[in-house]
Design a protein around this ligand. Sequence first.
Ligand code: C5P
Length: 207
Amino acid sequence: MIIAVDGPTASGKGTIAKALAAHFGLPHLDTGLLYRAVARQVLLNLGDPDSEADALAACAFPDSLLADPELRSEEVGGFASQVSVHPAVRQALYQRQRAFALQAGGAVLDGRDIGTVIAPEAEAKLFVIASVPARAERRFHEMQEAGRPVTLADIAADMELRDLRDATRSAAPLVQAEDAVVLDTSLLSPGEAIARAIAFVELKAGK
Ligand code: C5P
């Protein structure tokens, strides 16, 4: 079974996708990490994330880059949202994601366009959302724990900018698939959100 988990940054989709993969014994791909790796590679190449040619060249990043802790930073996340605008970049990363989705036995993928572009045939599609204040608060705590100096106001402002860019780009914008179910995690603990996601997938799997 293919499970698609889409939604904006810090909505809880990564935590939910990881928990679904563990619960159902499926492999998991965090597709945001691929875009983050492209962004990081552009920076390492001293390129410009807004240049489609520079971003496309960075799609040949080495797999070892996926383990770089710097990929999780807010800075790289912002650049990832810039490189992900380019259709050539999305095209270059498509096959890798598609092959992961189609592996025997199924898979869980989380991102922005899994239910709409990468695996429109996914049996279970979740669109995970949360309010900007709830998401900014979560990201702020993560950054504090990681010892990264950021303010809550800066995170909320970056988040709104990134949401707007992700939702308004012409290539594969962040939109809810018609057959996706919305899970709003604003007022839920991680455990509650995961329990609801598992119940939804079980319902879908039973059909
Ligand atoms: O999910 P995460 O915050 O790691 O994603 C970083 C950026 O990568 C997002 O802001 C988005 O612009 C881009 N992305 C995308 N499509 C995906 C996953 C991530 O465009 N499937």
